[in-house]
Design a protein around this ligand. Structure first.
Ligand SMILES: [Zn+2]
Length: 498
């Protein structure tokens, strides 16, 4: 059978000796030398000569918040690149002038990068945006600062997660407020289209959407129908949503090839940045050891329910105390390896935790871009935890040494494996360092395994989907920062070309 497409003159780091690839019907037919693949070229075959560029399986982001990534590009005010607190306020002021009367929602601020070295507070926001409701989500998503009009709409009674004086809402309190401002369907569909274009530019062909609330699922189905979704979406339903239980009963593949429900997401703790990750000994720079949001007994109950529905559980656990709680829940629930249940982030596991994870056949879903952003001398994790604990954080090498399946994602901070790669291949600490081949595997085949998609995705081999990324250079030889994404293919079709 003649191919639809033959790619020639390429380098395939994962298929040594090959320089050509044939695609038919969106699936890889053959990989090999150009002369071997000559027979696949028919009168209608499209031929693409790549002049030594590098072809890898399309990147898979095993943990992101895709709608949020899109909203950041379409609706939210982006504060991720501002150099100071003052500049952040200036940007909010400008946005408020443009959107009179409406909510101003911003995200991505990170005081650890500012000379002021202090978080945004209510009084700051009141100065910049005095009248309309305004809130700004910290880069890690675990702390939201509100101005006075926004705080007035906070539905939660005061507790330890609500600091009205500073206008700080943490964890559940923050999500509850953000839930009251779900954009309309058209805005969500636009956001999905923007996120999909952005993913293609980054060489990302599949993502796990970790906040698959029912409104988002509806928007994904619309985006699919309108043809603006060109990314494979693996959806996780939030455990605490009304409607999550109903969604458990719905079809596993509501959107066919491009949209599937794989599991349920639960939170056991918060983040290190917000000092809500649950630790065994307190933070170095705060009078707290974080919070367990969901205890082992309740988590075990959820775990049994999710397993019973044939779904996977993905549990957010960052601090060592949270990870221990998850492992206790796994034993209580009697989970089995067939479920491929995942621990999300897994930032401070002990060796004992990792031995147990291997026993329980749990999957590690980690984000090397966290290392790039926050680990190392003088950075946020060191200030929060001290140098000893910082040196033990995100131990990718120990995870692999224990034989635990490893999947890499971004949490959308930001998306893009070429950004995150240095956090695994040239990190500040030894326990974080793994060979580049292993890191690329975690962004492709490892991520596919964690999503039950290894039969179709994550490898360049006959029978797999032709989801491909073309890079200007080989990540085994060049620095990730010097490599460009040249083209991205989904099902053998170009979804991005430089
Ligand atoms: Zn997340």
């Amino acid at each position: 059978m003649f191919a639809d497409l033959v790619i020639r003159g390429a380098r395939f780091p994962t298929a040594p000796g090959a320089d050509a690839l044939a695609v038919r019907g969106g699936v890889i037919q053959a990989v090999g030398g150009s002369s071997e693949l000559q027979g696949f070229i028919g009168p209608h075959t499209r031929i693409l000569d790549l002049n030594g560029q590098v072809v890898l399986p399309g990147f898979i982001d095993a943990h992101t918040h895709f709608v949020r990534v899109g909203l950041e590009r379409t609706l939210y005010v982006d504060l991720s690149d501002v150099g100071s607190l003052d500049e952040a306020l200036e940007r909010l002021r400008a946005a408020a002038r443009e959107r009179r009367g409406d909510w101003v929602v911003a995200r991505g601020w990170d005081e650890s990068r500012w000379p002021e070295r202090r978080p945004l507070e209510r009084a700051d926001l009141d100065r910049a945006v005095p009248r309309q409701p305004c809130c700004a989500i910290r880069v890690d998503g675990h702390l939201v600062v509100c101005n006075t009009p926004a705080l007035a709409r906070c539905p939660r009674a005061d507790d330890e997660l609500v600091d009205r004086k500073r206008g700080h809402l943490r964890e559940g309190a923050a999500w509850e407020l953000l839930d009251t401002i779900v954009p309309d369907l058209a805005t969500l569909v636009d956001a999905i289209a923007a996120a999909s274009r952005h993913a293609a530019e980054l060489g990302v062909t599949a993502v796990a959407e970790m906040s698959g609330k029912p409104e988002y699922l509806r928007a994904y189905l619309h985006a699919l129908e309108e043809g603006v979704l060109r990314t494979r979406i693996f959806l996780y339903i939030p455990q605490d949503r009304p409607g999550a239980a109903a969604a458990l009963g719905t079809a596993r593949d509501p959107g066919g090839e491009l949209l599937r429900v794989v599991g349920v997401k639960a939170f056991v703790d918060g983040s290190i940045g917000a000092r809500t990750a649950a630790l065994t000994s307190p933070y170095r720079d705060g009078d707290t050891a974080g919070t367990i949001l969901l205890g082992a007994e309740e988590l075990a109950r959820i775990w049994r329910e999710v397993s019973h529905a044939g779904l996977q559980l993905a549990v957010h656990a960052i601090g060592d105390r949270a990870i221990a709680e998850v492992l206790r829940a796994a034993r209580l629930a009697g989970v089995s390896g067939h479920g491929r249940h995942r621990i999300e982030h897994l930032e401070l596991p002990t060796e004992e935790h990792l031995r147990e994870m291997a026993d329980l056949e749990l999957v590690a879903s980690m984000q090397p871009n966290f290392v790039v952003n926050w680990s190392g001398p003088g950075k946020l994790y060191e200030r929060r935890l001290g140098p000893e604990r910082d040196a033990c954080i995100d131990p990718h090498a120990l995870v692999l040494a224990h034989g635990i399946p490893l999947a890499f994602g971004s949490d959308g901070m930001p998306m893009g494996p070429l950004y995150g790669l240095p956090g695994a291949v040239s990190p500040p600490y030894e326990a974080q360092r793994i060979p580049v081949e292993e890191a690329l595997r975690a962004y492709t085949a490892g991520a596919a395994f964690s999503l039950f998609a290894e039969d179709e995705l994550g490898e360049i081999a006959p029978g797999k989907r032709a989801d491909l990324v073309v890079l200007s250079d080989d990540p085994r030889a060049a620095r990730p920062g010097d490599i460009r994404v040249e083209m991205t293919f989904l099902d053998g079709e170009v979804i991005f070309a430089r």
